[in-house]
Ligand binder design. Sequence first.
Ligand code: FE2
Length: 278
Amino acid sequence: MAQVNRPIIRTVRGQPASDGAGVKMLRIIGTQAFPDLDPFLMLDEFGSDDPDAYIGGFPDHPHRGFETVTYMLEGRMRHHDNKGNSGDLGPGSVQWMTAGSGLIHSEMPLQQHGMMRGFQLWVNLPAREKMTPPRYQDIAPEAVPVVTRPGLTMKILTGTSTEGVSGPVAGIATQPVYFDVELEAHGLLVEPLPRGHNAFFYCYEGDIRVGSTTLRRGELGVLGAGDRVVGEGGDHGARVLLVAGRPLHEPIERHGPFVMNTREEIRQAFADFHAGRF
Ligand code: FE2
């Protein structure tokens, strides 16, 4: 049967934002214009060599009801939570944190100067897993498999590539795919994706052509229905994230760091947080 290439059905531009203690970033998912792409609730790109743009970090804050995925390209951060978990995130490392029933943590830079660059993605949890105990998958850079093909290099954070190479992050409800793809000039990426998964490209360097659409730096392309994606690097190549996940089709009640299904659950989250039950 003929394969259907997924087209780009919507292009979204990242918007400058500030979060934590004044960290400057580009918010791509989670804005008023583009609140979510089920199951993805937020995508931030942070990247600066100006310490003033990142030095404040993200001091103590809670999460409940979803997962945060931090992927570092450059620089170092330390995370620490109120359950005694801590660890360092360096270039190329991944932290998949299932906040579940809740925790309070900080994410702070471990450097005073130099480049700090990476992404944070928020992934929703299905109703039945929102109150699961918190769980961390901290992945060292050398544990992230790299696939090379003519014209491209691809890191597999989670999901399985067409060669059968699987990423180290496992056991996630929404069966996500998260690939970091580097395309040479006119390099071609052809990759099957699970039908029914919502999916997007996010271009963070160069540009990539998908069907009749060209995505430029800072642009996310929502992918329509089909069996696979086909993308071609521009004249100077491209660096893109390819992310996909099984949509939950459940109601979303969201208030800052809490993402639940009902308003009552949000009220409960605030009550539990203020009573010190995280
Ligand atoms: Fe956080």
